[in-house]
Design a protein. Sequence first.
Length: 457
Amino acid sequence: MPNQKPEPTLPPTADAPSEKIKGQPQLLRGMKDILPADQPYWDAVASIVDKTATGAGFARIETPVLEAASLFTRSVGQETDIVEKEMYVFVDKSGDRVALRPELTAAAARAYLEHGMISWPQPVKLWYLGPFFRHDRPQAGRFRQFWQFGLEVLGDGHPVIDAMLIYLAVSIYRTLNVPVEVQINSLGDRACRPGYVRQLTDYFKTRKHQLCEDCKRRLQRNPLRIFDCKVTDCYTISQDAPQIVDHLCEACKDHFVHTLEYLGELEVSYTLNPRIVRGLDYYTRTVFEIVEEGGSEASTQSALCGGGRYDDLLEQLGSRQVPAAGLAGGVERLIIKMHERQFAPTVVSPDLFLAQLGEPGRKKCLKLYDVLRSMGVKVVEAFSKDGLKPQLEVANRLGVKYALIIGQKEIMDDTVLIRDMENGIQEVVDFKKVVPEVQKRLAKSTTNGQPTPAPGP
Ligand code: AMP
């Protein structure tokens, strides 16, 4: 009776209960460990983002997690929640005021200027994946350290760039089995936005007494942000507020119409949402958020991805005007959705297990281990264990296809026992022939083999 091949198992996830020892060190609030069982999901995201971005001509950039705090105050904006309330800022040992990066666009713009990318062929297309930090109130899907993937296109103001960015993000979500919808708006530019903001201010001023305290402040500093407020009264009042799409100048209107047309050509459906204003100062023209299909209206917690055009940002940092656009997607929120949608990432099992009995067997296995590893075979072992049973238990748990066993008899005969872990059939092979035999078997099983789905969370 052939043995059933067990599913490879991974250690428990972050949520498995464990016994707490009094006084043991604990995670900081809002932080999260990414445990081995989570890794297949992270690998799947990283691989799809890499394939999508690289395949579309984007090159990877990684910037330091620490930047001068002024980079973000000058770009994201001093008055924004991200900078004013959420940024981790401190004075380092040299007396410099530094910040843990809350986002990457500003750093990409800094790097673009600092490394002379302005003189490279334009546009410069960059992608990234890394951790970001915001000292916000932690809750489901909101962490203080979280990961984002992102795309930035610098040096091109054409609306087709806006549409292509959205299209690429949507295709990342689709590939990962998370259906999404796009909510889009235009914020105009410095020609048309000030006039609109004046009208908006006049509108909210007449209803100021009904606004919450936060929105009363927003009215002074950035009335557009009132659209972000979740307080019922503020939400209701903002429903009837003038909408920016009715106040765009000809150039911005043309840009917006073309962006939407290109999205249509790319078969990306979208909803116009005048409430999408994004919480950052640097946006101009197109702004968008991507939410789960059928999910609630885009809000700070439910958005999977957000982005837009930032044509004035590089000028704010001291350059000439360089049009640019980008987006960022949250990895943790995406993985939550992948779990909900039962996405099964593939787990690559090791190829071989080396089992030994007795000291001479252990030493011979060590040699063979080195040979097989240098040939690129994924070989695992439990060399510190003595009995065969506990070793084969490990082999089973890891889901290997074959175990090579060297015990006292094999040492005497200069042979190796090859055990097929799926059906339990064992075969004696001459030690000198074991490498070609292993290669032959593995080549065969790769041609027949199917990727193994990861065990549940
Ligand atoms: P934002 O730059 O705020 O638009 O963020 C882009 C994306 O990053 C959001 O749509 C979320 O998916 C994710 N994100 C932003 N802040 C957090 C956070 N505190 N925790 C987890 N994910 C976040």
